[in-house]
Ligand binder design. Structure first.
Ligand code: PXP
Length: 239
């Protein structure tokens, strides 16, 4: 069964716009789970532009909710994550001035550092995923450095689909990487820029086990409500 991870960062973005307490990401996490999310994703960014330390701590404490914490390789964030002890970790690249995560990790450059970080989380029995671009060499390096999962950056596919450009080459790359990863024993996830249409396209790839979706879910919820939108995504990924 394919799983849906709901990224609630932008609930915190809306809260922070007022500098007060509403809407509360903690309540959003519980609500998303109640209406069908298989896990909750939050990104503790170095600049804390949305999720704050206390949010991460409290959300990870909720019983019966699987939490996927996205972090950069920054050592103080890694140490915080080890303390907070989420169920899952997804390591992502982070640039200060980017609006959102613009691409996958540079695995070649950060191989040794990533291997060390993965082994720290492994010791704590925390499932680790690497956010990567869909290239065979990145899948092979992922295997070499011992990650249990990869999350394929789907931003390029999403942009092609949204701008009504040809996307068959990109989907073939994602399919190839997913197939190789699965054969190597790595679980495959997908995320970034996904809406109903791109999720439907990707749901045909059997090897993809988990989708992590944020911005579109929160945006669409303004019109249709979080419950309806999560249910729609769940029914898309089931097919
Ligand atoms: N997966 C990862 C690793 C991310 O960093 C993000 C946020 O950029 C997402 C999924 C969710 O992306 P979006 O908000 O575009 O759905």
């Amino acid at each position: 069964m394919k799983r849906l991870g709901v990224n609630i960062d932008h609930v915190a973005t809306i809260r922070n716009a007022r500098g007060e307490l509403h809407p509360d990401p903690l309540i959003a996490a519980k609500f998303a789970k109640k209406v069908g999310a298989d896990s909750i994703t939050i990104h503790l960014r170095e600049d804390r532009r949305h999720i704050k330390d206390l949010d991460a701590k409290n959300i990870c404490k909720i019983k019966n909710i699987l939490v996927n914490l996205e972090i950069s390789t920054n050592s103080s964030i890694v140490n915080k994550a080890l303390k907070i002890s989420p169920d899952f970790i997804c390591i992502v690249p982070e640039k200060r001035r980017e609006v959102t995560t613009e691409g996958g990790l540079d695995l070649k450059k950060n191989k040794i550092k990533l291997k060390k970080i993965i082994s720290k989380f492994k010791k704590k029995k925390i499932r680790t995923s690497l956010f990567i671009n869909p290239t065979v060499s990145d899948v092979l390096i992922s295997r070499e450095i011992g990650t249990e999962c990869i999350e394929i950056h789907t931003g390029r596919l999403a942009n092609l689909v949204k701008s009504k450009k040809k996307y068959s080459k990109e989907i073939k790359k994602i399919l190839k990487c997913s197939t190789i990863a699965k054969k190597l024993g790595i679980e495959v996830h997908a995320g970034h820029g996904l809406d109903y249409k791109t999720t439907k396209i990707l749901s045909k790839i059997n090897e993809i086990q988990e989708f992590n979706i944020g911005h579109y879910i929160i945006g669409e919820s303004i019109f249709f409500g979080l419950s309806r939108v999560i249910k729609n995504f769940k029914s898309i990924i089931k097919k």
